[in-house]
Design a protein around this ligand. Structure first.
Ligand code: ADP
Ligand code: MG
Length: 353
């Protein structure tokens, strides 16, 4: 498999770009398998790579991440950050490290935006253009959150239709693209491509427990040795239907929806506490609601109120995403067709105001 991936990467190796072409800027992130920097080109940038870039220096697992990014670029480019290229950099370390380059999409991830006191109003002009002269209130907040959810689900639908499960959907991995004026997904470091059987998570990798669906362990221990490519290609649609691995991302996206609706669940600690409560309720959101609503804080009540708008259509969507059984969760396509995103409903709403 390594050889297959390496051969694939060689084909996309661009010899005109190497280590010395990049001037390192601010460090943007550091995980167990790589460090991410904002970079610029040392020489006058070419048309293709104008503007700032992002560089991830990754360990040996970077090979798979390059593979995923190449595939996304060809199959569903709008879902993820613009990938420029990736290569094996051998001049510094023994064995080398993989360098991945993207276009710099913007300063803020959904985490940054969501933790601002102004959320969701701080996102309104970014995604909806000029702020309408409407009173601040639940309907207006709901409309902004709706738009963010639609963009996130659109990106997920693109990935899932391509046969890719992201497996690390969380606000830190959702970025606002200033160029495209839309939210995009980043970080394919834990992604799996079932159509060709690339389903690789190193033993040391832990799926983020804050956003992982309850079936997380099934996902990472399954298929210890991948079948050969043609066999996997023939089997994978069947495997996909049986396991519905895309619903793993839907659960995570549901938790993001929850955090946007409930201001008091936006911090790590409150989300961890929520997860504990939900587990105690056997992952039944309705039971959770029953247990917390009677003694809910103002902020928590505000979340229920928002989701209860238009006959509880938001709550209905949330409960169809956050469910114990993957099989019972809606798909990204299904969610996009949900009446919560109904355009007529939106129009009716603005008509009433
Ligand atoms: P990690 O494996 O460290 O989580 P990520 O790919 O998620 O790596 O990148 C880390 C951080 O770098 C992100 O949370 C984001 O803030 C920033 N980042 C990554 N890609 C881009 C991009 N294309 N444009 C702007 N910022 C980015
Ligand atoms: Mg990340």
């Amino acid at each position: 498999w390594d050889m297959f991936v390496l051969a694939f990467i060689e084909r996309f190796f661009r010899p005109t770009y190497r280590k010395d072409d990049f001037v390192l800027g601010k460090k943007l992130g550091e995980g167990a398998f790589g460090v991410v920097y904002r970079v610029s080109l040392a020489k006058k940038p070419s048309k293709v790579t104008e503007g700032d870039l992002v560089l991830k220096k990754a360990t040996e697992y970077g090979a798979v991440e390059i593979w995923m990014n190449e595939r996304v670029r060809r199959a569903c480019a709008n879902s993820c950050a613009d990938f420029v290229y990736g290569f094996l950099e051998t001049s510094s370390k023994k064995g080398g490290e993989y360098w991945l380059i993207w276009r710099f999409e913007g300063e803020e991830t959904l985490t940054d935006l969501m933790l601002s006191k102004d959320f969701p109003y701080n996102v309104e002009t970014m995604i909806l253009g000029k702020v309408q002269d409407l009173p601040k209130g639940l309907e207006r907040e709901n409309r902004i959150i709706q738009t963010i959810m639609r963009q996130l689900l659109f990106a997920l639908d693109g990935l899932h239709s391509t046969g890719i499960v992201h497996r690390d959907i969380k606000p830190q991995n959702v970025i606002f693209s200033e160029g495209a004026r839309t939210f995009k997904v980043i970080d394919l470091g834990a992604a799996a491509d079932l159509r060709v059987g690339i389903n690789y998570i190193p033993k040391e990798f832990l799926l983020d427990p804050r956003y992982a669906a309850p079936e997380q362990y099934i996902m990472s221990t399954q298929t210890p040795s991948a079948p050969s490519a043609p066999v996997a290609a023939a089997l994978s649609p069947v495997l996909w239907q049986m396991n519905l691995p895309d619903r793993f991302d839907i659960y995570s996206a549901g938790l993001i929806f929850l955090q946007m609706a409930f201001p008091s669940l936006r911090t790590d600690n409150s989300l961890i506490q929520f997860n504990r409560q939900l587990k105690r309720c056997e992952y039944d959101l309705v039971a959770w609601r029953k247990s917390v609503e009677p003694r809910a804080s103002l902020e928590l009540r505000k979340g229920f109120e928002l989701l209860d708008l238009d006959g509880g259509i938001g709550w209905e969507l949330l409960t169809s995403m956050v469910r114990y059984k993957a099989r019972k969760r809606t798909s990204a396509k299904g969610a996009l067709a949900h009446p919560y995103f109904d355009r007529e409903g939106l129009l009716a709403l603005s008509f009433m105001q």
